[in-house]
Design a protein around this ligand. Structure first.
Ligand code: WT7
Length: 652
């Protein structure tokens, strides 16, 4: 267990507390710590003031309104995410600035630079395409695209006409795609024939075809990224380049009510069914814009690279909307960081003179493993700031990132947030600091939160508890779960009431108000930055006909952070074998995708159960972690534990 942070002036641990240098302070948008008090004195006024930096077709009547489970921002205001991302810059005379740099995986293929003018043109055309296919304001549109510029074009076009998008990670299985499309009731899907990954053409359209089956999708728009030889279904499928060729170049942005839905994004809860987290327009725009600007210190001419996939909220907010609303250049890389060699990341930074890099601890740990010689081959001096997101960052990874990548010059902004929060919530600002390895930082100005005990009382400095965010809620916080508002109320406001958002993350605070996030406290794992419920993996494995019963728990992993371990009881007459193991992995690939593959599959005769028949996962978790098992007296089958111990030792 890590020690609680005690920040005392002469504490020797101060060697790992970093403060911004003068250059950073001078350059940063915010360098006076008084911002925190000022903003918290009147958070609504704070957000409303910064909302003025964006364009509103109609100004709001009321900046904020609270009712239990139904809070609103910028009530009566009308705005549009696409207008703020694109038109605003073009109208200000900045249309020639580069909005996107796209780096294809094949190193021989040329990078693409797309200006704000050009992106606006493509987005407007594609918005017209969607309209011509019958998409109207409020209709849901599915996006199942790899890391190509069309992913941004598609999201922006949806936002332009007010059709909420639901992006599904391209490495997710057809079944995952289908579930999400059915739940959202999407009628159009945008996908691609495929993409390059580790030098191989991945045939995405084939997966899309399977996933579309059994949904209400009437039209599939297919971007040609590979050779265009994928099957096309007559009457349903159209090529992106065909429909774009004849589309009109102008499309007026839809003036959206501030509280209109901008997008739905599915994420894992603690059950097997992912939740369709939805976000609105005005509040999401303001917090995405301001956090991108202040956290990453975005200024004119910056070339900023967020390595997340567009399928995650990080891609939505910090590749697309938040970044483009700031008028800087956003870099997108199609492929894998080890292609053609382990130096690809650093080659891209050198080639495009990237100024800010935002990536995940799991990636950093992998880079550490690959060795220093890779970054050392490249000139990384263009970098000014580093960011991390997705999981707690360990000390070694932090120090390596700081030294080897940042050259000791760049602050590391550790951003804590969630799909649900839409934008950053906790992190220290580049001009203020401090930057402490493993500590995310303070709540962003205007946001208030604390570490609470189970009863809702704030815990003392250094004590562990649950991170909670207080009302007035930050503007980008989700307004609900698509089709399941009861789950929304229970999940986030069931523990501490309607004025305290429950995050499901454990945390500790130090005496400066910084939060150290200790990880999820529910049955949600963080596998190489992917959020995944143990219940999802269980339900996937249970679909294999050989499986009688299954329990999945997480286990710490050096590179991935956490990995799933599966305990599997086979049906009578089925013998455990490596063959069966392979089959089970295949089932997981089919149902969720390779990201959810169990690290270990342990075949057992029995799993520990309570008298009411509930599997005691706590015991399995202790077993795989080599921790004390604790009380087993409430078990129906206490004998199972000894057999399990043996199975774990021999890995089934
Ligand atoms: C969960 C949310 C936010 C975009 C990426 C993940 C963990 C996220 C941090 C951080 C410690 C973090 C939390 C959170 N997490 N950022 N900086 N330090 N933990 O979004 O898939 O919705 O996952 O990721 O456990 O609850 P997500």
């Amino acid at each position: 267990m890590s020690e609680p942070i005690k920040w005392v002036k002469k504490d020797p641990s101060r060697e790992n507390v970093y403060w911004p240098n003068d250059a950073m302070k001078k350059r940063a948008w915010i360098s006076d710590p008084a911002i925190y008090e000022k903003a918290l004195a009147d958070p609504v006024a704070f957000w409303a003031k910064h909302a003025e930096e964006l364009h509103w077709f109609k100004k709001w009547d009321k900046p904020y309104e609270f009712a239990p489970h139904a809070f609103k921002w910028f009530v009566g205001g009308k705005t549009n995410l696409s207008y703020n991302s694109l038109d605003r810059h073009v109208k200000a005379g900045h249309g020639d600035r580069v909005a996107l740099i796209w780096e294809p995986e094949p190193a021989a293929e040329k990078a693409q630079k797309i200006t704000y003018n050009e992106l606006l043109r493509r987005v407007s055309k594609f918005a017209n395409v969607l309209k011509s296919l019958g998409v109207r304001k409020g209709d849901r549109v599915g996006i199942y695209l790899p890391m190509i510029p069309e992913a941004v074009v598609a999201m922006q076009a949806c936002a332009r006409i007010g059709a909420p998008h639901s992006v599904v990670f391209s490495a997710f299985s057809p079944e995952s795609l289908r579930d999400r499309m059915v739940d959202a009731g999407a009628k159009v899907l945008i996908t691609a024939d495929g993409y390059w990954r580790r030098g191989k053409g991945i045939e995405l359209k084939k997966s899309a075809d399977v996933g579309v089956d059994g949904t209400k999708i009437e039209k599939v728009i297919v971007v040609r990224r590979l050779d265009g030889t994928c099957p096309m279904k007559a009457g349903r499928d159209v090529w992106y380049h065909d429909v774009m060729a004849t589309a009109k170049e102008e499309c007026a942005p839809e003036p959206m009510e501030s509280e209109d839905i901008s997008f739905i994004l599915y994420t894992s809860g603690s059950t097997a069914k992912p939740k369709g987290i939805f976000h609105t327009t005005g509040g999401y725009a303001v917090q995405s814009y301001l956090t991108a600007k202040w956290n990453f210190d975005l200024h004119e001419g910056d070339i900023y690279w967020c390595t997340a996939d567009v399928g995650w909220v990080t891609g939505h907010t910090y590749i697309n909307y938040g970044t483009l609303m700031n008028g800087v250049t956003s870099v997108i890389y199609e492929g894998s960081p080890d292609t053609p060699d382990f130096g690809r990341m650093w080659a891209i930074i050198e080639k495009h003179k990237i100024t800010q890099l935002y990536t995940a601890p799991t990636a950093i740990r992998m880079f550490v493993k690959w060795g220093n010689e890779w970054p050392e081959k490249h000139d990384l001096s263009s970098l000014r700031l580093l960011g991390t997101v997705g999981e707690p960052i360990n000390l070694d990874a932090w120090l390596w990132y700081f030294d080897k990548i940042g050259g000791g010059r760049c602050p590391i902004i550790d951003t804590w947030w969630q799909t649900e929060t839409g934008a950053n919530m906790v992190n220290n600002l580049p001009g203020i600091g401090p930057f402490i390895p493993t500590v995310a930082g303070r709540a962003f100005p205007g946001i208030q939160g604390d570490v609470l005990d189970a009863g809702g009382t704030p815990v003392a400095v250094g004590e562990g508890g649950y991170l909670s965010i207080y009302e007035p809620f930050p503007p980008a916080l989700t307004r609900g779960i698509w089709g399941d508002m009861e789950r929304f109320k229970a999940q986030y406001f069931g523990d501490y009431g309607p004025k305290r958002y429950y995050t499901s993350d454990g945390a500790r605070k130090d005496d400066m108000g910084n939060f150290r996030i200790t990880g999820r406290v529910d049955d949600v794992m963080n596998v190489a930055g992917h959020r995944l419920a143990t219940a999802e993996v269980e339900s996937a494995l249970a679909q294999n006909e050989k499986v009688s019963e299954v329990a999945v728990v997480s286990k710490p992993h050096d590179l991935k952070g956490e990995v799933p371990v599966a305990f599997v009881l086979l049906k009578a007459g089925m013998a455990p074998s490596d063959e069966t193991r392979k089959e089970l992995i295949k089932t997981v690939d089919q149902v969720i995708g390779p990201t959810a593959r169990p690290e270990e599959i342990i075949f057992v005769e029995d799993v520990p159960k309570t008298r009411s028949g509930k599997i005691m996962r706590r015991i399995l978790k202790a077993l795989v972690r080599g921790e004390p098992i604790g009380d087993t007296t409430t078990l129906m089958n206490p004998d199972s534990v000894n057999a399990l111990k043996k199975a774990v030792e021999h890995k089934g």
